[in-house]
Design a protein around this ligand. Structure first.
Ligand SMILES: [Zn+2]
Length: 234
């Protein structure tokens, strides 16, 4: 099995989970490059996983489905009820291509945001980014705080496949909060280097995020709210 990042729109990633000629697509924000990729490689689209309803994560869904002759199973949270075949909720399990996916509710950025855990791979949309977390559009900071605790509780080796390439901006912000943090400085240098070569900074891991993500380091909801609001102003 291979997992690849397809850059989309300004700074989104569409995650591609491939096994032989079969493919599962996570959060198709647009479809042009995706369709080219499927056609060029003769891939058989089996399923689409959606994390939340924002257009930059679902905008390519209709044209993607319209281009396929075979059945494609679409999974997503209840906020996308009308656009999916299977509404998924916290604790649900389903199997595609002999791989089991576990659904974790990761609300806060949107009310019903979900993430998908397959073995040690977490597809988390806009719930968590490398060195940052999603904007709390719901104003439910408690929910977003709990989401972060859930992700933090996963094994250190869990890989984090987030929906956006925001790492450098997040690190720049983190360094305004902790200007002398050597770990952050080192990470910033590393990410600048790989980004200059066009390499995604993702996936990250839970272990790495514990070291570089200030949102995983806050000890209380109040501290979380302060940090997130400061990030909104950055
Ligand atoms: Zn979003």
């Amino acid at each position: 099995m291979q997992i690849k990042a397809l850059p989309a729109l300004e700074d989104n990633y569409i995650w591609l989970i491939e096994k032989d000629q079969d493919i599962i697509v996570v959060d198709p924000g647009e479809s042009d490059d995706l369709l080219k990729y499927l056609n060029t490689n003769g891939l058989n689209l089996k399923a689409v996983l959606l994390t939340h309803f924002h257009e930059d994560h679902v905008g390519g869904l209709d044209s993607l489905l319209a281009s396929q002759k075979q059945e494609v199973a679409v999974y997503g949270p209840v906020e996308l009820e009308e656009r999916v075949d299977y509404v998924v909720r916290e604790g649900d399990h389903f199997t595609i291509n002999q791989c089991e996916y576990k659904v974790i509710k990761t609300a806060g950025h949107s009310e019903e945001h979900v993430s998908y855990l397959m073995d040690s791979h977490l597809f988390c949309g806009d719930a968590l980014f490398s060195a940052g977390c999603g904007r709390v559009f719901t104003n439910d900071y408690q929910a977003q705080f709990e989401t972060i605790q859930k992700i933090k509780a996963l094994p250190d080796t869990t890989k984090i496949y987030a929906g956006h390439e925001y790492t450098l901006t997040n690190l720049a912000f983190a360094l305004t909060v902790e200007p002398n943090n050597q770990v952050l400085m080192k990470e910033q240098k590393h990410v600048k280097d790989i980004r200059s070569k066009g390499i995604p900074s993702l996936p990250s891991t839970v272990e790495r995020e514990k070291q570089i993500n200030l949102f995983l380091q806050v000890r209380s909801l109040t501290e979380f709210i302060q940090l997130r609001k400061a990030r909104d102003q950055f």
